[in-house]
Design a protein around this ligand. Structure first.
Ligand code: C2O
Ligand code: CU
Length: 468
């Protein structure tokens, strides 16, 4: 077992710098050009054993963090110097379909593809990850995932913790072989929950923080594990500490939501503000809850990372403990009654399907044809068997309208913003509502348990200006 709990510091992925920037000849706007290379790397995870062999972006896992400003378009060349094909999805972006990372749009070894990202949405936390058909789970698990932060002037004007105090925390769970190398999920057909919890690629790290507010951007990049997180002081284990959720998949919430715990499933993003000024000189542990869903627990899967809180804040930054009471106005779709589509996610005859359809069933896999600009209500049903299915719908941001069975309620932090992934816990049924916009195109929707996705729990919808 891994016995070096809280012995190694939290890695912070480097910030990706553009190769050049230019001015759009027509709009006068700025365009950034980036290059990023899919490259193998090694990571010494178990001291004294063999290093793990990963494949990341620019040789990092998670990959470098992109920081973009709303209104600055980007072209990103993804150069594939790995030995397997790739497709890149910028999860959270309303990319036009040729640049959305369609699973069969593969870029082979030694080749590259230029992706265009509009960066015209409100500030949010996105992530880029591999989406190659049938191999997404292995590729993401072995390192092809990274954070992409979009800022906008309204968000920057709120005075939220920024710079070194705005930190991505990418969660993942993996399993290792006894020689220190990574166990591959390639032959798994249901789930790989993983007994080793990583944050930014490091098992159970520690992070030295100042006694002040921090903005953490949680992303669950695990292939199968969900988390039910809470913070506790080491002096008072079991007593959950208060924090605020300020953002989710589609950016800031309408207002901060005070909570003591947080559900986060695969591909979901939650931004939180934690005020460490209350625990000067103490240690605070981020914990996970045992037995709250389908996930298999192991010796240390109830632990995530440790925060070592200093005695005084350094420098002169704003260390106030307040938060704005309003963050932004959420562009909710108008209430609409009735259900436009109902989708059941289930395992039948050893295959993961959506309404009985597999992604390889090319003739039948387009399951919805929303007219562009229309609001649709989709009902997502977990077909049972004790599995979690976090459902991601590409292109759109949806409102989580209701949840029945299972936990039975929409959490306040799910309702206070828009999302692009919703967690269908065991037996749950969730209703989501969205504008199908802004572009025409064929887009994927699927389970974000990447093993389920690779085993065909994925389908498509076709947005068209015409009523099809
Ligand atoms: Cu994050 Cu279709 O994926
Ligand atoms: Cu699933």
């Amino acid at each position: 077992a891994y016995t070096w709990l809280y012995q190694f510091p939290l890695p912070i992925p480097p910030i990706k710098q553009p190769k050049w920037t230019t001015t759009h000849p027509v709009t006068g706007g700025t365009i950034e050009y980036h290059e990023i290379t899919i490259l193998p790397l090694t990571q010494q995870v178990y001291p004294g054993k063999s290093p793990a062999k990963l494949v990341g972006y620019d040789g990092y896992s998670p990959g470098p963090t992109f920081k973009m400003n709303k209104g600055t378009e980007a072209v990103v060349r993804f150069i594939n110097n790995s030995t397997t094909a790739s497709s890149i999805h910028l999860h959270g972006s309303y990319s036009v379909s040729p640049w959305d990372g369609w699973a069969e749009d593969l870029t082979g070894p030694g080749r590259y593809k230029d992706y265009y990202y509009p960066n015209h949405q409100a500030a949010r936390t996105l992530w880029y990850h591999d989406h190659a058909v049938d191999h997404t789970a292995e590729n993401a698990y072995f390192g092809q995932a990274g954070v992409y932060v979009l800022h906008d002037p309204d968000e920057l004007g709120l005075g939220l913790p920024s710079g070194d105090y705005d930190v991505p925390l990418v969660l993942s769970a993996k399993q290792y072989n006894s020689d220190g190398t990574l166990f591959s999920p390639a032959s798994e057909t249901t789930s790989l929950y993983g007994d080793v919890i990583h944050v930014n690629g490091q098992p159970w790290p520690y992070f030295k923080v100042e006694p002040r507010q921090y903005r953490f951007r949680f992303l669950d990049a695990s292939i199968s594990r969900s988390f039910f997180l809470y913070f506790e002081r080491d002096e008072k284990p079991g007593e959950k500490l208060e924090f605020h959720v300020i953002g989710s998949d589609a950016g800031l919430l309408g207002s901060p939501q005070k909570t003591k715990d947080l559900y986060i499933s695969m591909a979901e993003r939650y931004e939180v503000v934690v005020d460490f000024s209350r625990w000067k000189g103490e240690n605070v542990t981020l914990r996970n809850t045992r037995g709250f869903a389908a996930d298999e627990d192991f010796l240390h899967t109830d632990k995530v990372m440790k925060f070592i809180v200093g005695d005084k804040p350094s420098g002169s930054g704003d260390t106030s403990s307040s938060l704005p009471s309003r963050l932004r106005t959420i562009p909710y779709p108008p209430d609409k009654s009735g259900i436009d589509h109902s989708f059941k996610f289930e395992r039948t005859n050893g295959k993961w399907k959506i309404n009985g359809v597999s992604f390889s069933d090319i003739k039948n896999r387009v399951l919805a044809k929303p007219q562009r600009g229309r609001v649709e209500v989709w009902e997502l049903i977990n077909g049972g068997g004790g599995w979690s299915h976090p459902i991601h719908i590409h292109l759109i941001d949806f409102k989580v309208v209701k949840r029945v069975n299972g936990r039975g309620v929409v959490q306040p932090y799910e309702a206070a913003g828009l999302k692009d992934v919703v967690w269908l816990g065991p037996n749950e049924q969730v209703t989501v509502e969205a504008y199908y916009a802004p572009w025409d195109g064929v887009y994927m929707f699927h389970c974000h348990n990447l093993i389920h996705e690779d085993h065909e729990m994925m389908a498509a919808f076709n947005v068209s200006y015409l009523a099809l």
